[in-house]
Design a binder for this molecule. Structure first.
Ligand SMILES: Nc1ncnc2c1ncn2[C@@H]1O[C@H](COP(=O)(O)OP(=O)(O)O)[C@@H](O)[C@H]1O
Ligand SMILES: N[C@@H](CCC(=O)OP(=O)(O)O)C(=O)O
Length: 368
């Protein structure tokens, strides 16, 4: 079976892991990449739009600078390696795509670019326009400026987020392994391959063992399962397949397919899967019930806030028994603080300006 064929996948995100891009001795695996790019060109000719999430900057740069790579590098060394490797990486992609008469476009993002609502919408618009123009976006984390706190740290979850932003119908993670096994196959020769995962439960998550198999990247199977959770939760199927074969998009080969869980609007999916909330609004039992029935969060039911969030920021909504929802705050934290427990007809006097109807509107809220 050819994975995510153009007929049922108009937009595809292909993620390429470090070990596929770079040999253990630090050289770019050009011949294999050319075979992948030929496949991408054929898909584009067949009407599919394809964006690439490419790892490899740190592995490439580390080699050029004589630095340690993978998990052994300090943050400063990883940043220096990324800055050096990224320019070489984009050159390789531009050359290989150019040889197929395709334009490459580079997008480097940090976690905040896909978490902050305004920046997420900007990134989504750029991707959309590039794909509409027939350009192939090549996306990586902006590792040279990303510090530990603001890092995705792995391109698997980045690919899932990009898929959401782009409204893609499939995410393909090309790796050094041909899918998920019931145990780490590089440590357990009896591990069994799992062709399809209908639901990611704790048993599936527990199968991932250790970090990056090659020691070059940062992902490992755990980050691929985390990516599958994000993508499938947003209604986008995700597959893990081997990049250890030439023409990996056109050669039928064993893989693991994580089926899409449900369809959801892009914004709700993003809210449900968002990684970093800027604060929390605590609510009473009445408000929790109203939210469960599909209502907005009104100030009358809010009891307390945590964090210094601003209007538009993602906040969690905490009920008496734990987190019940995530949503976009309609007010800055200071104003929410003024409105706690107050009826809507008091808001204008308390704030000194015409208020919105809710602290978090139901259109910008996802129940967990
Ligand atoms: N249950 C599992 N099934 C398959 N691979 C696993 C599992 N648990 C751990 N792994 C390891 O995860 C590796 C893939 O992750 P990684 O090396 O980070 O790939 P990439 O560079 O493509 O992101 C495999 O080579 C394998 O060593
Ligand atoms: N952004 C990093 C790659 C991080 C990453 O996820 O690596 P990998 O696990 O090989 O996909 C880089 O370009 O080196």
């Amino acid at each position: 079976m050819v994975i995510f064929a153009p007929a049922n996948c108009a937009r595809l995100i292909v993620k390429v892991g470090s070990a596929l891009l770079v040999d253990p001795d630090g050289a770019v695996r050009r011949a294999w990449l050319a075979s992948l790019v030929a496949d991408i060109a054929a898909r584009i000719t067949a009407g599919q739009q394809v964006a690439i999430v490419s790892s490899g900057a740190i592995a490439l740069g580390a080699r050029r600078l004589g630095l340690a790579k993978g998990g052994r590098a300090s943050l400063e060394d990883a940043q220096a390696a990324a800055a050096t490797g990224q320019i070489a990486l984009s050159q390789v992609w531009a050359e290989l795509l150019g040889a197929e008469q395709l334009n490459a476009a580079q997008i480097l993002v940090t976690l905040d670019d896909l978490e902050d609502r305004r920046r997420y919408l900007n990134a989504a618009a750029t991707l959309n326009r590039l794909l509409g123009l027939g350009v192939v976006p090549v996306i990586n984390e902006n590792d040279s400026v990303a510090t530990e706190e603001i890092r995705f740290g792995d391109n698997d979850r980045l690919a899932a987020r990009v898929a959401q932003a782009a409204g893609a119908q499939g995410v393909l993670l090309l790796s050094d392994v041909d899918g998920l096994y019931d145990a780490n196959p590089s440590r357990n020769p009896d591990a069994r391959h799992i062709p399809q995962v209908a639901r990611i439960d704790d048993g599936i998550a527990a199968m991932a063992d250790g970090g990056s198999g090659s020691g070059m990247g940062s992902g490992g199977m755990a980050s691929k399962i985390a990516a599958a959770r994000i993508a499938t939760g947003a209604g986008i199927p995700l597959a893990i397949a081997s990049g250890r074969i030439d023409h990996p998009l056109s050669t039928p080969a064993r893989h693991t397919l994580f089926a899409a869980e449900r369809t959801a609007t892009a914004r709700k999916a993003w809210l449900a899967g968002g990684l970093t909330a800027k604060g929390a609004i605590h609510v009473d039992a009445g408000a929790a019930t109203a939210l469960a029935k599909g209502g907005s969060l009104l100030a009358a039911g809010a009891t307390r806030i945590d964090g210094g969030f601003a209007r538009g920021d993602l906040v969690t909504i905490e009920g008496p028994a734990g987190t019940i929802a995530r949503g976009l705050a309609e007010y800055d934290a200071a104003d929410v603080g003024r409105l706690l427990g107050r009826r809507s007809d008091e808001h204008a006097d308390l704030l000194g300006y015409a208020p919105r109807s809710a602290l978090v509107h139901r259109n910008h809220l996802a129940l967990l």
